[in-house]
Design a protein around this ligand. Structure first.
Ligand code: HQG
Length: 181
C-alpha cells in the first residue's frame, strides 16, 4: 500500500471501529470494542472501493499508525481510543501529575468556563506528552495546549483511564484543573 491508500484505509478502519460498525454489518464486543480481524477484512472487502484489500494491508495500517490508533490481540482488532457511539470499557489507572490536551483558540473560553467535555466522543482525550496533544489540537485552528492537574481533578471526582501509548481518557475535566501551558 502506498501512503495515500494506507491513510484512506486507516480512516475507514477508524470509521468502522470507532463510529459506525453497524453500517458495515459489524457488532463490536461491548467491552473492548473489538471484532475478529477476519470480520473487519470481509466488511472492508465488501466496499466498492476496497475489494482487493488483504489482512496484511490491515496489519500494515495498524503497525504504521504513528498514534497507534489500533491494536490487534489474539486475532481481534480494536480502536484504542476515539469512540463515539459505543462506550468501550477501560480500566481506571493512576495518571502522571500532569496530562495534556490539545485544543484550539476558539474553544478556549468555553473550556475555561465549563471544563473539557467529551463532545461527540465517549471520553475526553488526554496525553502524557505534548506531541499527541499537538496533533489533536492542530486539526481545528490555532493550537492551544492545556495542562491538566490530575490530582486536583481526582479530588473533584474525575476517574482517569489508560488507553495505552501515552493516551489517557476521562469522562470530563473540570475547568479549575485546566490551565494553558
Ligand atoms: C473541544 C484524533 C468547547 C476539544 C485526535 C476538542 C485525538 C470543547 C473538541 C483524538 C469543550 C472535541 C481526540 C468545551 C472540549 N467547549 N470545546 N467545554 N470541551 N472541547 O475530535 O481531543 O487522528 O472529539 O478541545 O488527534 O480533538 O482521529 O477530540 O477540540 O487524538 O486518531 O472539543 O482524535 O485522533 O474534538 O481528538 P474531538 P480531540 P485520530
Amino acid at each position: 500500500l502506498n501512503q495515500a491508500i494506507e491513510h484512506s484505509l486507516s480512516k475507514l478502519m477508524s470509521k468502522i471501529l470507532r463510529h459506525s460498525p453497524g453500517e458495515f454489518g459489524i457488532v463490536l464486543d461491548p467491552e473492548d470494542g473489538s471484532c475478529p480481524v477476519g470480520t473487519l477484512l470481509e466488511a472492508i472487502q465488501a466496499q466498492p472501493k476496497w475489494p482487493g484489500i488483504t489482512q496484511d494491508d490491515i496489519e500494515q495500517v495498524v503497525r504504521n499508525s504513528e498514534k497507534q490508533r489500533f491494536a490487534i490481540d489474539g486475532g481481534r482488532i480494536r480502536a484504542r481510543y476515539g469512540h463515539s457511539h459505543d462506550r468501550v470499557q477501560y480500566t481506571a489507572g493512576e495518571p502522571p501529575a500532569i496530562l495534556y490536551h490539545g485544543t484550539n483558540q476558539k474553544a478556549l473560553a468555553s473550556i475555561l468556563m465549563e471544563g473539557l467535555n467529551p463532545m461527540n466522543r465517549q471520553y475526553v482525550h488526554l496525553s502524557e506528552g505534548t506531541h499527541f496533544a499537538t496533533l489533536a489540537g492542530s486539526r481545528r485552528g490555532e493550537l492551544v495546549i492545556l495542562q491538566i492537574d490530575t490530582l486536583k481533578a481526582k479530588q473533584a471526582g474525575v476517574v482517569f483511564y489508560f488507553a495505552g501509548n501515552e493516551v489517557w481518557l476521562a469522562d470530563r475535566v473540570p475547568p479549575d484543573s485546566c490551565s494553558v501551558k
